[in-house]
Design a protein around this ligand. Structure first.
Ligand SMILES: NC(=O)c1ccc[n+]([C@@H]2O[C@H](COP(=O)([O-])OP(=O)(O)OC[C@H]3O[C@@H](n4cnc5c(N)ncnc54)[C@H](OP(=O)(O)O)[C@@H]3O)[C@@H](O)[C@H]2O)c1
Length: 289
């Protein structure tokens, strides 16, 4: 397919890579143009053609599927007019940025060709084409984008017919991810504070009903110190952005938000300590004296 990826940050770059590997033609655009240019050069040997576009309109023109993978709803709305103005009448806009249900509906007002399509998975699943895509909107549009979705994801979860439903499910999923990450940091920190080897926590849960591979992945980074200066899969400040969306959405639904606020407080403390650009595992620093 002819595709366009707007936003070549961690996730957008990985998704463009997966599209190109599967033979799709990809036009990439990024606010900081040098990043898109470097990505296009890096992907020159992939089966699909990859080119850096100088503008949103240049990337979108002629594309059958357009993916937005920016930062938040405002950053998507900033490019929306130019995107919609260049969008082919038969094209599909896969809006993958995490924007929350209200944000998705605001963006959805700009085009009836939009699928609300946030993703689960981080840097490596994006690069490997192994994301889980949560999709809501007209099923004909989801079907039309099928080959691109297959390239970027391992499966698509049908979250319903309305724009906003997939973004609501994404917040529920990210509440789990944020809680697991902060919970792993808390357990390691509590063990240390109580005078036992924190690594024993991971040994103790290993293989049991409360074990999860994620605790070992993030726990190893926390124990090794890679959390603050190692590779970034999802920046800590991005998690704070998402927790803000969760608190706002919970408030709107009359849902109790005290646990969300407590988790957000831990991420806030780590950010205030200077770790906002580090991987989310750096929430560990909120649990140390
Ligand atoms: N990383 C993950 O594990 C993960 C997983 C699932 C979903 N997400 C979500 O996916 C989205 C992207 O995450 P990421 O980790 O790839 O973030 P990232 O590496 O920080 O990339 C953010 C992208 O958004 C662009 N951007 C930011 N503000 C913009 C604006 N005002 N106008 C135009 N472009 C703007 C950035 O452009 P510049 O390069 O010019 O700054 C960059 O291309 C976020 O909504 C995040 O919550 C992330």
């Amino acid at each position: 397919m002819r595709t366009a990826v707007l936003g070549t940050g961690i996730m957008g770059a990985g998704m463009a890579r997966s599209l190109a590997r599967e033979g799709h033609d990809v036009a990439v655009w990024n606010r900081t143009a040098t990043k898109a240019e470097a990505l296009a050069a890096d992907l020159a040997d992939q089966p699909g053609g990859v080119r850096a576009a100088a503008s949103v309109a240049e990337a979108v023109e002629g594309a059958e599927v357009v993916v937005t993978m920016l930062y938040d709803a405002d950053s998507v709305l900033e490019v929306a007019d130019e995107l919609v103005g260049a969008l082919d009448p038969g094209a599909v806009w896969l809006q993958a940025t995490t924007v929350g249900p209200d944000g998705a509906r605001r963006i959805g007002e700009r085009s009836d060709r939009l699928v609300d399509a946030p993703v689960l998975g981080t840097r490596k699943p994006a690069e490997d084409g192994a994301l889980v895509v949560l999709a809501s909107g007209p099923s004909a549009l989801v079907d039309a984008a099928g080959p691109a979705l297959d390239a970027m994801g391992s499966r698509v979860v049908d979250a319903g017919p309305d724009v906003g439903q997939a973004s609501a499910l994404k917040l529920a999923c990210n509440s789990w991810v944020a809680l697991l990450t902060a919970g792993t940091a808390q357990a390691l920190g509590l063990a240390r504070a109580l005078g036992v080897d924190p690594g024993l926590f991971l040994d103790a849960i290993g293989g049991g009903a409360v074990d999860t591979p994620y605790a070992h992945l993030k726990g190893a980074a926390m124990l090794g110190g890679d959390d603050v200066d190692g590779p970034v899969s999802f920046a800590l400040d991005g998690v704070r952005k998402d927790l803000g969306l969760m608190v706002e959405a919970a408030g709107g639904a009359g849902f109790p938000d005290e646990l969300l606020r407590a988790v957000r407080g831990a991420f806030d403390r780590a950010s205030e300590a200077g770790h906002g650009a580090a991987d989310m595992a750096a929430v560990r620093t909120a649990f140390e004296a």
